[in-house]
Design a binder for this molecule. Sequence first.
Ligand SMILES: *Cc1c(COP(=O)(O)O)cnc(C)c1O
Length: 404
Amino acid sequence: MTYQSETGTQFSKEFTLQESIPQNGVERVLELLDSGRLHRYNTLEGEASEVSLLEQDFSEYTGARYCVGMASCGSALYVALQSVGIKQGELILCNAFTLAPVPGAIENAGAKPIFVEINEDYVTDLEDLEFKARESGAKYFLLSHMRGHIVDMDQVVDICTRLNITLIEDCAHTMGARWNGKFTGTFGQVGCFSTQTYKHINSGEGGLFITNNEDVAAKAILYSGSYMLYESHLRKPDMEVFEKYKKNIPNFSLRMSNLVAALIRAQLPVLEERCQRWNERYRIIEQELRKDENIRVPNRRDKEEYVGSSFQFTIKSTNVEAVKRFIRTCDARGIKIKWFGNLEPKGFTSRYESWHYIHAQDSLNSTNVILDYLCDIRIPLTFTLEDCIEVTTIIREVSQEVFN
Ligand SMILES: *Cc1c(COP(=O)(O)O)cnc(C)c1O
């Protein structure tokens, strides 16, 4: 059904349009194409491949000892679970507000998620985390910094240390973000990042895996599909570490290509500047939507140095029909809102109820209510600051029209 709003301006920019690849990235890709050396292990004697160089760059950027290029963040998550030693049927705590690749990675690894409630600021409810950890005895926590909302990492580390829980971070939306000056992805055993088109660096597809643990790093390199050519990696453990595992670890062939690495390497130097531009846009939208009495804007934590590459807000009205009308009217005026309240997965899926392959979960009453009224918009850097004002003006006009 299409719904035409009678009045008002139309926003005409695309919410899915990213910036172009920097020129030096385009040139490097052309050089690689010219050389034909696109596979990470197709190197000349003594030459470091583009993927190895990227692993070095990203290690230096994050301060992590080891880095492994992967085909995607979802594959990095899967390899992370394998590399920290989870077994068939293992229980893994996971915040319920996440994206389908996260339960997908858990399923792929033969493990079982235990979803943890989120609070009204869209981050893990730490009391529920501790409660479910004790109740279930789960020894792993896959923390998804979903849509860039970073929970109190001091408390997470404290809980994990006290209960002997291995932490893995899904940083698909937090590349460049920090908690109290420390990069997300460096608080637990493994951090996984995405360079898929809608994340902070765009290489179409791609994932980065970081760890400080030499055993985990060696296993991840072997799982990624190193054809026993791991000696050419620049950010790898000593060769003896591989000896322990090389005959026991299957090759999952989840490598990154040199073309992808070239695209990422060209964008890494501009990441910090991009993050600032995202936050300028985020803060404008935040300030404008705060003025709307029908909308709740989440509070962010003092130590959270987030990257606002998308914006989430909660509709205060509990009239679901009105919420649907709000989304449709915004859509008709060019504002593309994702609504997490939709029980039928459409365009994306972030509700655990629609993941039927997962074993039955206790009902997550708080999370359900939060998702029912949760709205989400992308903030592409192709939007100017004026565009952000225009977006919020339309949202506020529609909110007035529908809820007042
Ligand atoms: C995008 C995303 C992923 C997966 O990244 P891919 O590179 O597409 O596999 C995982 N978790 C979250 C929260 C994401 O948004």
